[in-house]
Design a protein around this ligand. Structure first.
Ligand code: TXA
Ligand code: MG
Length: 325
């Protein structure tokens, strides 16, 4: 059930008291704290099991509050904020004094965004300050896209989770660094590279650290419990069969062109045709295959255009090497 005005009031009280609140955004659910309360911010890292050197995103209610949180707003940042906020775009700017170093992992820059979700916006307006919130999952695992996912991820640790229904975008915001000469994408997400370039009028770099083209080079993140194996789309069915014979409980993310193909596997999700629906469903599909007891998931990468860039980035990270158990 969607959060009521009373739920919002309770959440504001929790934030003012230094507590944590699970909140919906259009991308994924966040685990929020008063951005200006260092002790509360530290609690986020504890609850997620996340190293405190990993910076968080400060969520604000409207573009016109941006100046309160950053040292300066370069022209490109203003253009992007005007066009894409509220929305799945995060801007990295020089840190304003209001932002504690705890929220930025010690960096002199800060990530800021205005989320496009009525519950998040109502909470931000009622609270009247910034809410720093990472995705509300345990560090490294799949981001939550429903209120129930948050409860499953974090258990009773988080006293209050505002329910805003399933997230519409389904993958995290696009992070753009606007502190340099030209904007650069640090993480592909809900706003596409093509949309950014259309507004800016020039091409935007996707640095190799985010553009993980070779699986296995980056430690896993956004990862289900099951191991993720990526193959060419036409090899998905054969790979699933091999893994099954090796004794795995195989889950398959079946590319749309193969819909209806016979697959010998423990569980099969036929992916939606539209990239938007794929992005929206991605984390839910991975959770679902985990829940069905799969220990290996066979998938392939979509074309890296539009939302496909963000989906491919998350799949590549999910397939990255796991820390030793
Ligand atoms: O859609 C989203 O962005 C969601 C919702 C809840 O807003 N939040 C989210 O937060 O994905 P999190 O903490 O899971 O990811 C934040 C990312 C991290 O990869 C972090 O490294 C990057 O933002 N980040 C934050 N501050 C940064 C900074 N100052 N410089 C570079 N990267 C930064
Ligand atoms: Mg995250």
């Amino acid at each position: 059930m969607t959060a009521t005005a009373e739920d919002i009031e309770r959440a504001v009280a929790v934030l003012r008291a230094g507590g944590l609140v699970g909140l919906p955004t259009e991308t994924v659910y966040g685990l929020g704290a008063n951005a200006e309360d260092t002790a509360a911010v530290m609690r986020i890292f504890e609850m997620k099991g996340r190293p405190p050197s990993h910076p968080l995103i400060v969520h604000i209610a409207a573009s016109d509050e941006l100046d309160d949180w950053v040292e300066e707003v370069p022209r490109a940042a203003r253009v992007l904020a005007d066009r894409f906020w509220p929305g799945p775009l995060t801007l990295v700017l020089r840190r304003g004094r209001r932002v504690p170093l705890a929220a930025t992992g010690g960096l002199e820059t800060v990530a800021v965004r205005v989320p496009d979700h009525p519950v998040a916006l109502a909470l931000l307006s009622a609270f009247g300050g910034g809410i720093t919130a990472p995705s509300a999952n345990r560090f490294g695992s799949v981001s939550p896209t429903t209120a129930n996912d948050v409860r499953v991820e974090l258990g009773d640790g988080v006293g209050l989770v505002l329910d805003g229904g399933p997230c519409e975008v389904g993958v995290e915001s696009t992070i753009v660094d606007v502190t340099g000469e030209v904007p650069a994408i640090l993480r592909p997400g809900g706003v596409t590279r093509e949309d950014l370039e259309a507004v800016l009028g020039y091409s935007v770099a996707v640095p190799s650290t985010s553009d993980v083209r070779v699986p296995g080079q980056h430690p896993s993140h956004y990862a289900p419990r099951a191991r993720v194996v990526l193959v060419e789309p036409e090899k998905v069915v054969a790979e699933a069969e091999i893994a099954r014979k090796e004794g795995y409980q195989v889950g398959v993310l079946l590319p749309p062109p193969l819909a209806g193909a016979t697959v010998e596997a423990h569980a099969v999700v036929t992916l939606p045709d539209s990239p938007a629906a794929y992005a929206q469903g991605l984390y839910g599909f991975l959770r679902e295959l985990d829940q069905q007891g799969c220990d290996l998931i066979v998938a392939s990468l979509p074309a890296e255009e539009g939302l496909g860039l963000a989906i491919a980035n998350r799949l590549l990270r999910a397939a990255g090497p796991r820390p030793p158990a």
